[in-house]
Design a protein around this ligand. Structure first.
Ligand code: SF4
Length: 64
């Protein structure tokens, strides 16, 4: 699984960084989250799917 963030949509609430801090890190300077592991380790795939489902603007793009 691969994941990225669409910065045209991200509103910077940082929820993904709370749901899966192993894959998303909040960038305090830019006030958006960053993907730290584009290739998602298998043990975090469910958390990444949940983060994507909870992302209100749909900014998390998951490729299964
Ligand atoms: S949950 Fe979505 S809108 Fe919020 S910081 Fe993460 S990618 Fe951006």
């Amino acid at each position: 699984m691969k994941v990225r963030i669409d910065y045209d949509l991200c509103m910077g609430d940082g929820n993904c960084s709370k749901v899966c801090p192993e894959v998303f890190a909040y960038d305090d300077d830019q006030m958006v989250s960053r993907v730290t592991q584009e290739e998602v380790p298998a043990q975090y795939e469910d958390d990444v799917r949940r983060a994507a489902a909870e992302c209100a603007p749909g900014a998390i793009v998951v490729e299964e």
